[in-house]
Design a protein. Structure first.
Length: 398
């Protein structure tokens, strides 16, 4: 019998997911709003995204299914494979972007000493991520405790570097609407929607793990955004590696960059393996995760790490309406089981409507961004259609 994962172990995993250079960098993009408005946008976005993370995690915990397996309960077997394929593609891209960004940051700190090029740093980070995947969950938890303790201490140090010393705020150029800042904030927790259930399916206490994991991630992710926001406003810089190097953090900066990249990207590669297993049952999850890590590392050598912004919006447009359909179906309609069907035409059509609305709002503009109205509209439409045209199949609610 497979050992259940404790709430504490899940909390460590999602702490590591939140300590990310990508999240710090995204925080720097909010600097034109100023500190007060920027922090407000971060909190609003993460409150909304974190709550949806919790609901998605709760579905995975109660159904004892991984993230992409649970989609089959709502969209049918073919729907599960459709979303799993999209998830594998976006996770390969996300792995590449994270590895490339981590390699560039490490290079800025260490290249004057080592002379290593970007490709070698990509390979080094990719090898560490593969090692994280190879470790079984029992050993992973032991190693993760040490890694998270180090990250916690070092991010406290980085926070002091950014906010300490009584610096005056610098004028930050550029313009940014508050709604766009909220959109950038909510997009990051939503990027984990296709993954979080993978860590709840074997949770010892699914409800508690879902609540703790989503809360830990949201709080620490806000902290990372604040560091990036403060870096841009108070130090006049946007590159975290340069800030750490200039502050004389040395080895501490190296550890933050390396471990935060590994602990975040591990989740991408590992969950990609789980999604790949949904499509091809004969492929082992761990082997597929290592293959995704290798492919993402190869792409990272040629990738532009700043392209992740557009990737975040693409992820939201696909998975925000998917999650809205699942949440409304499960919690408001009782969760009718469609896993025996090739597809659920009704729910696939509802997802398609949400996806189209998101792409429209992205081009036409919205005073509150695209993600929140899409989630609300898709969930409401799912409830209305479900009440008017119930399917009457086996309920999922336990």
């Amino acid at each position: 019998m497979e050992e259940k994962r404790t709430t504490y172990a899940n909390a460590l995993i999602w702490f590591g997911a939140a300590v990310s250079i990508a999240e710090i960098y995204t925080g720097t993009l909010l600097a034109p709003l100023g500190m007060g408005a920027g922090m407000a946008a971060v909190v609003i976005g993460h409150a909304a995204g974190g709550f949806l993370m919790y609901l998605a995690a709760l579905i995975g915990g109660r159904s004892a299914c991984g993230a992409m397996e649970s989609t089959g309960l709502f969209f049918g077997r073919g729907g599960a494979k459709f979303f799993a394929a999209l998830n594998v593609l976006q996770l390969i891209g996300w792995t590449a972007v994270m590895v490339a960004g981590g390699a560039i940051s490490l290079g800025l700190i260490l290249n004057p000493v080592t002379g290593m090029n970007n490709a070698l740093w990509c390979c080094a980070i990719g090898a560490l991520i593969a090692l994280w995947i190879v470790l079984d969950m029992k050993n992973f938890e032991r190693v993760n405790k040490v890694a998270m303790a180090a990250l916690f201490i070092l991010t406290l140090t980085l926070s002091f570097v950014i906010f300490g010393g009584g610096r005056e705020a610098d004028a930050v150029g550029g313009s940014l609407e508050f709604a766009d800042a909220v959109e950038l904030s909510v997009a990051m927790p939503l990027s984990w929607l296709p993954l979080i259930s993978d860590y709840m399916r074997d949770a010892e206490k699914p409800g508690k793990s879902a609540a703790v994991s989503s809360a830990i991630y949201s709080i620490v992710s806000c902290w990372m955004y604040f560091i990036g926001l403060g870096a841009a406003i108070y130090t006049g810089g946007a590159d975290v590696a340069e800030i750490m190097s200039g502050a004389g953090m040395g080895a501490a900066g190296i550890i933050i960059v390396a471990f935060s990249t590994v602990t975040t990207t591990f989740l991408d590669a590992y969950s990609a393996g789980i999604s790949f297993h949904v499509i091809f049952k004969g492929v082992k999850e761990k082997a597929a995760g290592i293959a995704v890590c290798a492919l993402g590392t190869l792409i990272a050598i040629f990738a532009d790490p700043e392209s992740y912004e557009e990737l975040l919006y693409l992820i939201s447009s696909v998975f925000a309406p998917m999650a809205a359909v699942m949440v409304a179906d499960f919690f408001l309609l009782g969760g009718e089981d469609r896993s025996a069907q090739p597809f659920s035409p009704r729910n696939m059509a509802l997802w398609g409507a949400g996806f189209a609305l998101y792409r429209y709002l992205m081009s036409a503009g919205s005073p509150i961004g695209a993600t929140l109205p899409v989630i609300a509209a898709t969930a409401a439409l799912t409830w209305i259609v479900g009440k008017c045209f119930p399917l009457g199949t086996r309920a999922l609610t336990r």
